[in-house]
Design a binder for this molecule. Structure first.
Ligand code: E4P
Length: 218
């Protein structure tokens, strides 16, 4: 399972990169706004900065909603760097745009996926990735992990090449459960990724090892 970081914050991306386990980055318009990035020129500059930090795929989301403008905006984003994957919302126009991008060799991440039907359509249209939002489903009392498991089953049975990129991850358990049920990729903020490291018995065990060593050697 690949690990992507879900942020537009350059410091956090650099920190995740330094862990040696980072495979890519996802952004969205809310995450870009959180970093205070305003206007197209600044957005392009920021995506270039992310591309310099990370070797893997970097999702950059369109803000257009009509087919023609999704296509022109997506082409501009894809031209920034070969690592850029154009993130397109799961709408009727978005679906048509994904088919177009697939036909011309531009990779896409179909975002705001909340159901198996949406995931099947995105795969049929040739999306490189789909982003089902686990946390937002959990927030409304649906089981986000259950959706990932269902999609993993459907994609395997059907032989779809689209990768399931589990998004909207809120905690380390989400990441572990995604690995169990067959997500190809998770994207998470830095904190849940770092929380995977933690176990109280590791800390207690290490303290004891070091204390025993120092008793004899100091
Ligand atoms: C990633 O592709 C999504 O944009 C992101 O994971 C959404 O996460 P949120 O539900 O925490 O905003």
């Amino acid at each position: 399972m690949k690990f992507f970081i879900d942020t537009a914050n350059l410091d956090q991306i650099a920190e995740a990169q330094s862990l040696g386990i980072l495979d890519g980055v996802t952004t969205n318009p809310s995450l870009m706004a959180k970093e205070g990035i305003k206007g197209k020129a600044n957005a392009i500059k920021h995506y270039k900065a992310i591309c310099k930090l990370v070797a893997g795929d970097i999702s950059a989301e369109v803000i257009s909603t009509e087919l023609a403008t999704i296509i022109s905006e997506g082409e501009e984003l894809a031209a920034i760097d070969e690592k850029i994957v154009v993130k397109v919302p799961m709408t009727l126009e978005g679906l048509k745009a994904i088919r177009h991008f697939s036909n011309v060799g531009i990779r896409t991440n179909c975002t705001l996926v909340f159901s198996a039907g949406q995931a099947i359509l995105a795969a049929k249209a040739g999306a490189s990735y789909i982003s089902p939002f686990i946390g937002r489903l959990d927030d409304i009392s649906y089981d986000g992990i259950q959706l990932i498991a269902q999609l993993a089953g459907i994609y395997a049975v059907q032989g779809f090449q689209t990768e399931i990129l589990a998004a909207s991850i809120r905690n380390p358990v989400h990441i572990v459960r995604c690995a169990e049920v067959g997500a190809h990729v998770i994207t998470a903020p830095l904190e849940p990724i770092l929380q995977l490291l933690k176990h109280p018995l590791t800390d207690i065990g290490l303290q004891k090892f070091l204390a025993d060593h120092h008793k004899l050697n100091d």
